[in-house]
Design a protein around this ligand. Sequence first.
Ligand SMILES: Nc1nc2c(ncn2[C@@H]2O[C@H](COP(=O)(O)OP(=O)(O)O)[C@@H](O)[C@H]2O)c(=O)[nH]1
Ligand SMILES: [Mg+2]
Length: 217
Amino acid sequence: MKVMLRKKILDKNEQAALQNRGFFSKSGLLCINMISSPGSGKTTLLARTIQDLASKLRIGVIEGDIKTDTDARKIRAAGAPAFQIETEGACHLSAQQIKDALKELPCAKLDVIVIENVGNLVCPSDFDLGEGVRVVVLSVPEGDDKPRKYPGSFSKADVVLVNKIDLLEHVEFDLDKVKRDIRRLNPDGEILQVSARTGQGMQDWYQWLRERKEQSA
Ligand SMILES: Nc1nc2c(ncn2[C@@H]2O[C@H](COP(=O)(O)OP(=O)(O)O)[C@@H](O)[C@H]2O)c(=O)[nH]1
Ligand SMILES: [Mg+2]
């Protein structure tokens, strides 16, 4: 019974994801689904990206959190339109929620839509939102065992951003081991080292993003 219900939920999600994918393709929008643990730096990374690429890419954001519109406000302060979804307990966003949220953003004036998913490395990985690209953020203080513990998320990433590399000297974190573990799960995914605080490595991320945008146009 439980298995059937789960299949029904996933099937329904798949239908809405298909419609979202059709919409993104028709509008020439690159959609990014950003997944990570809480506190890895998704909102900080996004705010910096929006500011640094202001003259090059028009980015809109859909924020997913269990409660509060804190992150949507931070994104608006960085200069981009943002719509907040409060899931009231749900641990991931659904494709239908994204379909509804798209009506609240000025999509015709945007190049890229970023979905900041609810912070955790488990539930969001099973739910296709219709995105073109999946970004997983792993931050140094979380520990270097996370790719092995949460293979579902890391195996489906188009790019893994290892964030907070400014903290490498203060924390035990074996970067080579992390890269090896991600490679084993996901041989084709890109791995980039960044610091949303100091800006280190962010140019590589911007380059990757702009190339993906060009491919989706
Ligand atoms: N040292 C350091 N701190 C960062 C970096 N990126 C984000 N933070 C901090 O990490 C905390 C959580 O960041 P936030 O963007 O809210 O994470 P989110 O929950 O994934 O959206 C905040 O205190 C940020 O200032 C970074 O590259 N280096
Ligand atoms: Mg956030």
